[in-house]
Design a binder for this molecule. Structure first.
Ligand SMILES: Nc1ncnc2c1ncn2[C@@H]1O[C@H](COP(=O)(O)OP(=O)(O)OP(=O)(O)O)[C@@H](O)[C@H]1O
Ligand SMILES: [Mg+2]
Length: 480
């Protein structure tokens, strides 16, 4: 029954290699484009047919651009960049480019020259070598380990890119540019920073000496079109049956926690779940970096803020949450609960803001509950463990586990209900899970989703709210 969801090939979210992406070096072409390779490319172009010629021309232009960008970085006075006007900078770039083109013996027509100068301008004023990766829609994450090593994540898999920075100074300049644009500073005494890029991407950087081998940068690309429920079902992240159950859970205002490891798809899941919220409700979202994209009309978004260089001006997630409670929300969505805000989150869930949602870092539903307990203890709340647990069990109804499996696929590996307390222990029951069976020779995970056969604790509630789910949804999948 679930075989239709085992579509490893159809999980590819976007078409491979956007046209703007760097062309893979052709056989016999040096990896780092140099003038020699430019000539080679132009010779090939001369022999090719008209369609081929067009592609080759684009590739050649790209190679020229990379080479010129390198030369620009050598020739431009980078520290003077900040004070230059746009017109001055364009003129300067155009002049250096013309000179270099002449040196390289490359003749371009007027249109090509204009495109080239525009691209170069974007590179100099944008994020340099990172710019093509930011433009490449197949890239999810960009991870920089010092100037010479940039990894990217495509379709769940990390791969080393052939893009590099000129040196640590170049990398630092780009980091500084990003960070200063959001009014922060990063240096030896302030060695790490979180920021949001103009396009909404999440950015984190740590600079030497704390970063030992050169600056570390991580970028989680912002997706304009977040994956929706249908996409996730199509990619095999969960089944239609699970989606129907989740719809009932969200629509009937259960409090939901999405649990998972780093990059496991928590925010994506949270965002997709939010689509089940009625459009009439007033939703307030609180995040460290605004990533959620809610479809509803009535949404208030908040972004917490770390302290500035002088240690002032902090607005913690807890501050936002406390304030949110005074803003008459129907639901509160907290991007991630990781600290003392847990107290207010649980209280909100317990006191009239049911239907609230958040994510936590944990590897299973049980582990998630322990995390919540720890967070409460760390927040300095002196409460007997039993009272803490009872608070959690009455606040949280559902824990949805997101996982990034070893083949790079992201799946909802478990949906677990919290049903109350048994003595000192929080009782839970798993309703759906991903049953792993094996591994293909290509290291793709073989498995299927199944219901556990347990009847939902919330069946009556679902029915009362008009979500009469067919019993078949809760029947375990029979394989082969
Ligand atoms: N089921 C899926 N199939 C394919 N790609 C997915 C899936 N779920 C999430 N992604 C992609 O994986 C990346 C990480 O997802 P997301 O930001 O939701 O993870 P996260 O758990 O919130 O990460 P973090 O711990 O860093 O906050 C995103 O680029 C997202 O588009
Ligand atoms: Mg996230």
């Amino acid at each position: 029954m679930f075989s239709k969801y085992k579509k490893p090939d159809t999980r590819t979210p976007v078409a491979k290699a956007a046209p703007k992406e760097a062309p893979k070096p052709k056989e016999g072409t040096a990896a780092a484009p140099a003038p020699a390779s430019l000539r080679k490319a132009s010779q090939v172009a001369a022999k090719a047919g008209p369609a081929d010629k067009e592609i080759k021309r684009k590739e050649r232009l790209f190679e020229i651009k990379v080479e010129l960008h390198k030369q620009l970085l050598d020739n431009l006075n980078l520290s003077a960049l900040e004070s230059a006007t746009e017109a001055e900078l364009r003129q300067e770039i155009s002049a250096i480019a013309l000179e270099s083109l002449a040196e390289m013996n490359v003749v371009l027509n007027r249109e090509e020259r204009q495109t080239l100068t525009q691209d170069l301008y974007d590179e100099v004023t944008g994020l340099g070598p990172l710019e093509p990766l930011l433009q490449d829609e197949t890239v999810n994450d960009i991870l920089v380990n010092g100037p010479q090593q940039i990894f990217v994540e495509r379709e769940g898999k990390l791969e080393l890119s052939d893009i590099t920075f000129k040196d640590e100074k170049h990398l630092l300049r780009i980091i500084d540019k990003i960070v200063s644009a959001v009014g922060r500073r990063v240096d030896e005494s302030n060695p790490y920073v979180d920021a949001r890029l103009k396009d909404g991407s999440r950015f984190n950087a740590m600079v030497p000496p704390v970063a030992v081998d050169g600056s570390l940068v991580s970028i989680r690309k912002f997706k304009k079109d977040k994956l929706g429920i249908d996409d996730l079902v199509d990619f095999g992240a969960f089944t239609e049956e699970m989606a129907a159950y989740l719809q009932a859970a969200v629509a009937t205002r259960l409090n939901v926690i999405v649990s998972g490891g780093t990059g496991s798809g928590k925010t994506t899941t949270l965002n997709a779940l939010s689509s089940f919220i009625d459009n009439n409700e007033r939703i307030l979202t609180i995040e460290d970096t605004a990533e959620l994209q809610l479809q509803q009309t009535h949404v208030g978004r908040m972004e917490s803020r770390p302290p500035n260089v002088e240690g002032k001006g902090e607005v913690s997630p807890r501050d936002c949450l406390k304030n949110a409670l005074r803003m008459r929300p129907d639901r509160i969505i907290v991007g991630e609960t990781r600290g003392e805000e847990v107290i207010d989150m649980l209280q909100a869930m317990n006191t009239g803001h049911d239907g609230s949602m958040t994510t936590i870092h944990a590897n299973s539903a049980r582990d998630g509950v322990s995390r919540l307990e720890n967070m409460i203890a760390m927040a300095g709340i002196e409460m007997p463990l039993k009272a803490v647990r009872s608070q959690i069990s009455s606040a949280v109804n559902l824990i949805v586990q997101a996982s990034r499996l070893q083949d790079g696929s992201r799946r909802m590996t478990s949906i677990t209900e919290i049903t109350g307390m048994e003595g000192d222990v929080i009782s839970m029951q798993e309703i759906f899970r991903f049953q792993r069976v094996g591994l293909t020779p290509e290291n793709k995970i073989i498995g299927h989703f199944t219901a556990t056969g347990v009847r939902s604790h919330f069946s009556e509630r679902f029915k009362m709210w008009g979500y009469d789910l067919p019993a078949s949804i809760f029947e375990p999948t029979k394989m082969g």
